[in-house]
Ligand binder design. Structure first.
Ligand SMILES: [Zn+2]
Length: 309
């Protein structure tokens, strides 16, 4: 009895201390936020090739604002309603290109309300990811391309670029993004890649160990935008999840979906394989956010961090 009374006293003292602390620090911060800072970044340090989240809490503004314009370098970042219950909050996905220079940088946010036009810079740091160099041996004809193949690659690059730049602003995805199959990662995102001794850019997705014929599932709901055999990617499926997010699944041995088809999270889209520029069967999985390839596994984690709240 004595013991529990003691605990109640301790709790009482703790609550008083917490209340006075919040009176001392909480209020001025809220007022400052009210005037200047409805913006919150999930991290002020971002690895090149990662995604960070920008949360905008419009309840901290004098008036609700409908017309945000958010830019990171030359990319416009669409803003959409926060995907989990949160009154007046919006979300923007900030993708940091693999080629981004390390050091301080910023987002530019512009908006208007009844009092005028506003512009803010939100600073953050880009740090260099711990990416390795990978040496791969593939068919020489897939490295030193013939004129005909070069023309094909150029054509396909243009087509794929068009797909990625015409995504829907609506949000088709919901909840967490799931992995397209359960397996080991054989090659992470971001590795610098030497093909037959020549440096050929970086790995813009993640590779999973997969024999020919393993089921591959959609990471989230969306609309299929491309199903095709491409020179490098082999049989590929590209899914538009809305809000600037696309996923792609490459080197498939079979494709089970078709363009413009609405698909559900977890739906089988095809079977793994060894088509395109490969040195063996596997699944290559890529995610593009607002025109930038990002680390798919880090993207899954960062979305999970808000969904799991
Ligand atoms: Zn790959």
């Amino acid at each position: 009895m004595k013991h529990s009374r003691y605990i109640i006293v301790i709790w009482g003292v703790t609550i008083v201390i917490l209340a006075s602390l919040s009176a001392a620090f909480g209020r001025p911060r809220t007022e400052q936020a009210h005037q200047y800072y409805p913006f919150m970044l999930s991290s002020i340090e971002a690895v090149n090739g990662s995604t960070i989240l920008l949360k905008i809490d419009t309840q901290l503004l004098a008036k609700p604002v409908p017309d945000w314009q958010i830019r990171f370098q030359d990319h416009l970042i669409p803003v959409f309603k926060y995907p989990v219950q949160s009154d007046g909050a919006f979300l923007g996905l900030v993708a940091i290109p693999w080629h981004a220079k390390p050091g301080q940088t910023f987002l530019i946010v512009e908006w208007t309300d009844s009092n005028g036009i506003y512009s803010r810079m939100i600073p953050f740091n880009i740090v260099v990811g711990k990416y390795r160099t990978e040496k791969l041996k593939v068919n020489p004809q897939k490295v030193n391309l013939s004129k005909k193949d070069l023309a094909r690659v150029k054509r396909e690059k243009k087509e794929v670029k068009g797909i990625y730049s015409s995504g829907s602003f609506d949000r088709f995805w919901s909840g967490i993004f799931q992995l397209p199959l359960t397996s080991d990662v054989t090659s992470p995102f971001g590795n610098k890649r030497m093909f037959n001794g020549q440096l050929r850019s970086y790995h813009n997705g993640v590779d999973f160990r997969a024999p020919i014929g393993k089921s591959v599932h959609a990471a989230n709901s969306g609309i299929v935008r491309l199903t095709k055999n491409l020179f490098f990617s082999g049989n590929i499926v590209i899914i538009d999840h809305g809000t600037g997010v696309f996923t792609n699944y490459a080197h498939l041995s079979r494709i089970d979906v078709s363009p413009n088809q609405h698909i559900e999270k977890g739906q089988r889209i095809g079977l793994s394989g060894n088509t395109g520029r490969v040195n063996g069967p596997h699944l290559h999985w890529g995610i593009k956010v607002n025109g930038t390839y990002v680390d798919p596994l880090q993207f899954v984690d960062v979305i999970d961090s808000i969904i799991g709240q």
